[in-house]
Unconditional design. Structure first.
Length: 185
């Protein structure tokens, strides 16, 4: 499956995004031929975490969320990390950015605590999805149907539970990005 010509956004939060949930989907999209743009809250670099507590690597932020639009991209990746997901969902520009992907029916992937941002953007209603188990009540309260599966795909929305699910998540993510917009989403 090729993503030649596809431009995919990936979010990163300073000192909070889970490193493998950022690195592995980014690499999967790039290996499939897609271009990945790292979108952050601030310019410069953002440090990641491992297991929420241990320091991870630093990654260059290509553009800030204030400087981009969903119009510029073919899809979006939302990595997890408890702290990172919480920082992202607290930013109005990020919430609007995520919401615009759903309005435009573009594919989105969210893993672990990333679906918190989907709840905040009010886009989980009547959708089937998964996440880190502690988000189940939040998702259900927002009208989503939570299920405990390795990867769940619902009309262009790809969700997974945790880093152990990354192989399945990355595979489905590339597949959905290759398919593009979903008219029924």
């Amino acid at each position: 499956m090729t993503l030649d010509g596809k431009n995919i956004a990936i979010l990163i939060a300073p000192r909070g995004t889970e490193e493998p949930e950022f690195v592995q989907p980014k690499e999967a999209v790039e290996q499939a031929g897609g271009k990945v743009t790292v979108i952050g809250l601030e310019a410069g670099e953002a440090k990641t975490n491992n297991g929420d507590l241990d320091p991870g690597g630093s990654y260059k932020v290509d553009k800030t969320v204030a400087d981009v639009s969903a119009d510029d991209f073919d899809g979006l990746i939302i990595p997890g990390g408890t702290v990172g997901a919480d920082k992202l969902r607290a930013d109005d520009d990020v919430v609007e950015f995520v919401s615009a992907f759903f309005q435009q029916k573009k594919p989105v992937g969210a893993i672990c605590h990333g679906p918190w941002l989907l709840v905040e953007a009010d886009v989980v209603g009547d959708r089937e999805l998964t996440s880190y188990p502690t988000l189940q009540t939040d998702i259900e309260n927002a009208g989503g149907n939570w299920t405990d599966q390795e990867v769940v795909v619902d009309e262009g929305l790809v969700t997974s539970r945790n880093p152990d699910d990354l192989p399945a998540f990355c595979s489905k993510l590339v597949e959905e990005f290759a398919e593009g917009r979903h008219a029924d989403a």
